[in-house]
Design a protein around this ligand. Structure first.
Ligand code: SAM
Length: 190
């Protein structure tokens, strides 16, 4: 897989009490499967951001998480003006009502940043129109975490490779048991 353009994940409708765990898992899944930025919206929740940031500090990489108070303004700006690099990007809304991911992902342009939009509480109808793609991971209701993981793995099969996460501790794959290398030991590997 050649150089992959920047990937943002926008989480809509976070509810601080009800979604604490699943939104944290969503951010960790975004990071672990190769996204670059997590944009949290809905109710502000510093604990979620701290959870994700602490994993990034310990396990390396340069993943960033922010809170965005006005997600629809952020999303419109992303697709119409600036996706963080001076040019507009492509927004992909994951929804069970969308077109099938296997047939649709190959049509998504790969030369500009993408924003993967996942819902939580009621998703505003305008999201379907702002996003250039509405994509389903099967047409059954399931979870934003599962939908995001499948999309990211399909978008960038190398996204979860350990080589993407430098500067932190390293988990050594073992047939049985656990082995971790410290940051210093990990840096000596490269
Ligand atoms: N109540 C929300 C609504 O108004 O549609 C949806 C709740 S659903 C548990 C949360 C999110 O999971 C959805 O917004 C969507 O991003 C994702 N999701 C769930 N099932 C999906 C599917 N089959 N394909 C793609 N995304 C899905």
């Amino acid at each position: 897989m050649g150089r992959v353009s920047p990937v943002y994940v926008l989480r809509l409708g976070h509810r601080r009490e009800r979604d604490k765990r699943i939104t944290s898992h969503l951010g960790l899944t975004a990071r672990a499967f190769g996204a670059d930025n997590f944009v949290l919206s809905g109710e502000e929740d510093p604990n979620v951001i701290e959870t994700i940031e602490s994993v990034s500090e310990r396990f390396g990489g340069d993943f960033e998480s922010i809170y965005e108070k006005r997600p629809m303004r952020w999303l419109r700006n992303f697709v119409e003006k600036d996706a963080g690099y001076g040019t507009p990007g492509v927004a992909i809304h994951l929804t069970m009502y969308g077109l099938p991911w296997k047939e649709t992902i190959p049509n998504i342009p790969r030369d500009r940043p993408i924003a993967v939009v996942v819902g939580g509480a009621k998703v505003p109808g305008e999201v379907f129109g702002i996003c250039q793609y509405n994509i389903s991971i099967g047409n059954q209701p399931h979870s934003e975490v599962a939908a995001l993981a499948v999309f990211l793995q399909s978008w960038n099969p190398d996204g979860a490779d350990a080589s993407n996460f430098t500067g932190g501790i390293t988990v050594v794959p073992m047939e049985s048991g656990k082995q971790i290398l410290s940051s210093e030991e990990s840096s000596n590997l490269s």
